[in-house]
Design a protein around this ligand. Structure first.
Ligand code: PMP
Length: 428
């Protein structure tokens, strides 16, 4: 059989890139397929190097809430390009960007820009440790906060997808100060606070988890974390790299009305280019160099092209009062459609959805933490994923990743998605 161009490129890629990919989940290992090499993206669709077109429900793993390169974002990048790509010096646009972030995200009195979500969470944790003078951090099983050594314990995303216990290359001494507890288990967090009260620098949490698939916080969970942190002097960090500007203009903290001390942002705020940030209470952020003793820096931080794309994206979001209502309606339509189709096909599933992020778990449910997510039938998910791809729908190649809808998707696109799922579920 003739090799596709994607297959030919993969043969070359594996010679020079580990697993042929620059980020593990892209390798399609969990679904037993081979990755598609993408040639272009337009609106709600992507096209691979063989000319196959797909409805894009990955959206670059979260950034593309408006679809691929909306005209205003494209124009903003081109306008900046004419003025240069990077200066390593302050710019007017990054001030506007910081003002915009502080205006939209309730807990951010000040922000510092970085280039990736990993950097944002690393920096926020350093800020929390520096500010409190404490060492220990509390994280939740199945949450992913980037690939910093001490954050890979019981991590979600690619670590979950590949079934790794934890990453090799992380000495126990480095993970020593990381305490891991089950998501949605406030009692377990209370126990940790009881035994380590004044040693805990921070609790870091995905306020809506996306990296074990989409898992919602149960009533009172985030409020409970807020109270425990406030009582003990630990800082609460909301990792909103995925949920920031995704579930509401002001992220999950706006949706649930809870104020963390620090927030990490990424994905949507870069408008498809590498930009991320951490921010929070002014007194904490004023401890960062050059104002204070906590060091953090970056050659390409606040990169002008990334700021141009991000600012244009945030302006579109800020100016559109109906955007999140539209995205919520799309998410609900898809979630209900998937559940109905699964029931009709007699396949036990749970659909978790918030706004435009969702996961179809092959598990009767409820899915509320890493243990229940992991109990899903991943072999069935793999068959479902392949059947969807065959019908032109590009879903995350892992049971443990959230899928994303974009504002570029029309009613017709969503009907295509639900219709394809109905057929795929019948065929399992
Ligand atoms: N935090 C969360 C919640 C994420 O979803 C991710 C990426 N999926 C990260 C941090 C890390 O971001 P990046 O891949 O940009 O380093």
């Amino acid at each position: 059989m003739e090799r596709t161009r994607s297959q030919q490129l993969m043969e070359r890629a594996v010679q020079v890139i580990p697993g042929g990919v620059n980020s593990p989940v892209r390798a399609f290992r969990a679904v037993g397929g081979e990755p598609l090499f993408i040639a272009r993206g337009e609106g709600a669709y992507i096209t691979d190097v063989d000319g196959n077109c797909f409805l894009d429900c990955i959206g670059s793993w979260g950034p593309l809430i408006l679809g691929h390169t909306p005209p205003r974002v494209r124009q903003a990048i081109l306008t900046q390009l004419d003025c240069g790509t990077t200066y390593g010096a302050p710019t007017e646009a990054e001030v506007e960007m910081a003002e915009m972030l502080c205006r939209l995200v309730p807990s951010c009195g000040m922000v510092r820009m970085v280039s990736s979500g990993t950097e944002a969470t690393m920096s926020a944790i350093r800020a929390a440790r520096g500010f409190t003078g404490r060492a220990k951090i509390v994280k939740f099983e199945g949450c992913y906060h980037g690939h910093a050594d001490y954050l890979l314990a019981k991590s979600g995303s690619g670590v979950a997808t590949l079934g790794l216990p934890d990453s090799a290359g992380v000495p126990p001494s480095i993970a020593y100060d990381t305490i891991t507890v089950p998501y949605n288990n406030l009692g377990a967090v209370r126990d940790v606070f009881q035994s380590h009260a004044d040693q805990i620098a921070c609790v870091i949490v995905e306020p809506i988890a996306g990296n074990m698939g989409c898992v919602l916080p149960m009533e009172g969970f985030l409020e409970g974390l807020r109270d425990l942190c406030s009582q003990s002097g630990a800082l609460l960090i909301f990792d909103e790299v995925m949920t920031g500007f995704r579930v509401a203009k002001g992220g999950a903290q706006e949706l649930f009305g809870i104020r963390p001390d620090l927030t990490t942002l990424g994905k949507v705020m870069g408008g498809g280019l590498p930009a991320a940030a951490y921010g929070g209470r002014r007194e904490i952020m004023q401890s960062m160099a050059p104002l204070g003793p906590i060091y953090q820096a970056g050659t390409l931080s606040g990169n002008p092209l990334a700021v141009a794309a991000g600012l244009a994206t945030l302006r579109i979001i800020a100016e559109d009062p109906a955007l999140y209502d539209r995205l919520d309606a799309k998410g609900r339509y898809v979630a209900q459609g998937l559940k109905k189709a699964a029931d009709k096909a007699g396949v036990p599933v749970t659909v978790n959805q918030v706004g435009s992020m969702f996961t179809l778990f092959f598990h009767p449910g409820p899915v509320t933490d890493y243990a229940s997510a992991k109990a899903s039938d991943t072999a069935r998910f793999a068959r479902f994923h392949a059947a969807m791809l065959q019908q032109g729908v590009y879903l995350p190649p892992s049971q443990f990743e959230a899928a994303f809808l974009s504002d570029a998707m029309t009613d017709g696109d969503l009907e295509l998605l639900v219709g394809a799922a109905a057929k795929a579920l019948q065929s399992l």
